[in-house]
Design a protein around this ligand. Structure first.
Ligand SMILES: Cc1cc2nc3c(=O)[nH]c(=O)nc-3n(C[C@H](O)[C@H](O)[C@H](O)COP(=O)(O)OP(=O)(O)OC[C@H]3O[C@@H](n4cnc5c(N)ncnc54)[C@H](O)[C@@H]3O)c2cc1C
Length: 417
């Protein structure tokens, strides 16, 4: 990546930075690839990058129906943490967090990871018990999670209303100091640039419309809006459209697609230097580097692919925000948007092989997959390259819905983030 060294920065300054080459190519699709990844979000791009970097498989195409990172990767509220309850999830999300911690250097691209800490507030005895249990379980898994009493919470987050007279007073909180936020676009662009540099073809405005199989049932390639593209292996990494893609290979998934909305306020001076989430009052908030409050909460209740949601969901989350932070009550909201999230019954992802040889799935991340982007790509690349699940990915196989070995993370996923 000497293209982006301090010397090339200085050299390009002489021409007012007008002559930088494009960060990745836009090639026409080749007739066939070793691996085709469907979906140019963070997870798909990370998968392609690790296929090339860790497994020497660079004859790879990432096919994206729209533009890079235009799905949930570019629509999420960028919260990163690893404080999930069960050992299987802790392993997956902590692997991701460790990769996040070295990602800017690895990609030579500033993904603006900001480890400002994450609070998960407790407002009832049930919340307190679940939070304490989760913090202890996290510590057994080597994750930096602690339990804070209300005074400790107030110290970490002074603008938060911790008055005992609140409708649902703050009774404590889990606190993960290594959690925080990252710049979503930069993650997509960083992986894209690094994958392209290793020979991966990134093909935008190329929608997959069918999955072709050999007479013996094995994957042969994909039908697309730019013609047929042959592939020895195909990875579906399409978030809200995972079940649509799987249906093209006659696979029914236990996934429901819902809109998930978020909104940002007008920018204000720095006031909130951690991430605050409340599952019970149901809102979460952080402050972006531009000063906007970034606010989210839960999914819209109905299934949809429309990438927009209902006003009452936004009303609810802004009311919850004002309850926790009365000081924000007079802020104006600037923008709202939605993504389509792929929700599994146990709030855990599906990672691994499918009944169709050569076809792999990385989906079902629902409302919380951004934080997993590096780890997801890492273990999925291993799974595709070796044709067997990475040990960290193995518990997340599709078979868990028939064996019953579910990984119920509804508590840790709680308020959607
Ligand atoms: C409002 C909102 C807030 C969120 N907040 C957080 C958060 O704070 N923290 C967190 O960890 N997670 C969060 N998430 C979840 C997170 O965004 C996702 O889990 C994650 O980004 C999924 O990444 P991806 O690469 O799998 O999906 P995407 O980025 O959606 O990429 C999938 C791509 O597949 C493409 N595609 C679909 N069908 C086809 C086809 N037929 N052919 C070709 N391409 C196709 C789509 O266009 C899309 O670009 C949030 C999500 C939303 C919507």
């Amino acid at each position: 990546m000497t293209r982006y060294s301090i010397w090339s920065l200085a050299r390009n300054a002489l021409s007012h930075h007008a002559d930088w080459p494009r960060q990745w190519r836009s090639p026409a699709p080749r007739p066939a690839y070793d691996v085709v990844i469907v979906g140019g979000g963070g997870h798909g791009l990370a998968t392609a990058y690790y296929l090339a970097k860790e497994h020497g498989i660079a004859n790879v195409a990432v096919l994206e129906k729209g533009w890079l990172g235009g799905g949930n990767t570019g629509r999420n509220t960028t919260i990163v943490r690893s404080n999930y309850l069960w050992d299987e999830s802790a392993a997956l999300y902590e692997l991701s967090l460790k990769l996040w911690e070295g990602l800017s250097k690895d990609l030579n691209y500033n993904v603006m990871l900001s480890q400002r800490g994450v609070l998960n507030l407790a407002h009832s005895l049930g919340d307190v018990r679940a939070g304490r249990r989760r913090a202890e379980a996290n510590r057994l898994n080597g994750i930096d999670s602690v339990w804070l009493e209300p005074e400790g919470v107030k110290k970490v987050c002074p603008p938060l209303n911790t008055s005992a007279s609140l409708r649902y007073p703050v009774l404590g909180s889990t606190w993960q100091p290594r959690g925080g936020t990252a710049r979503h676009d930069a993650v997509a662009w960083g992986y894209a640039r690094a994958a392209d540099a290793r020979g991966v073809d990134i093909i935008q405005t190329c929608e997959v419309t069918g999955i072709r199989r050999d007479p013996d049932g094995r994957v042969a390639g994909v039908e697309t809006t730019q013609g047929f593209i042959g592939a020895g292996k195909v990875g579906i990494v399409a978030a809200g459209h995972t079940s649509v893609l799987a249906a093209m290979a006659d696979i029914r998934l236990p996934i429901q697609s819902h809109p998930l909305q978020a909104l940002v306020s007008e920018p204000i001076k720095p006031v909130l230097d951690c991430v605050v989430m409340s599952g019970a009052i149901h809102v979460y908030v952080s402050q972006s580097d531009k000063g906007e409050l970034v606010i989210g909460a839960g999914i819209d209740g109905y299934n949809s692919y429309a990438q927009r949601g209902s006003v009452h969901v936004l009303e609810h989350q802004t009311a919850a925000l004002c309850e926790l932070f009365p000081v924000f009550a007079r802020l104006r909201m600037m923008r709202t948007w939605a993504g389509i999230v792929d929700v599994c019954p146990d709030a855990s992802p599906i990672l691994g092989k499918t009944p169709v040889p050569g076809l792999f799935i990385n989906g079902g991340w629902g409302t919380g997959g951004f934080k997993a982007t590096p780890g997801s790509g890492y273990v999925f690349a291993h799974t595709i390259a070796r044709d067997e699940p990475h040990p960290v990915a193995a518990p997340f196989a599709l078979e868990r819905f028939t064996t019953g070995a579910l990984i119920d993370e509804h508590g840790a996923a709680a308020v959607a983030h």
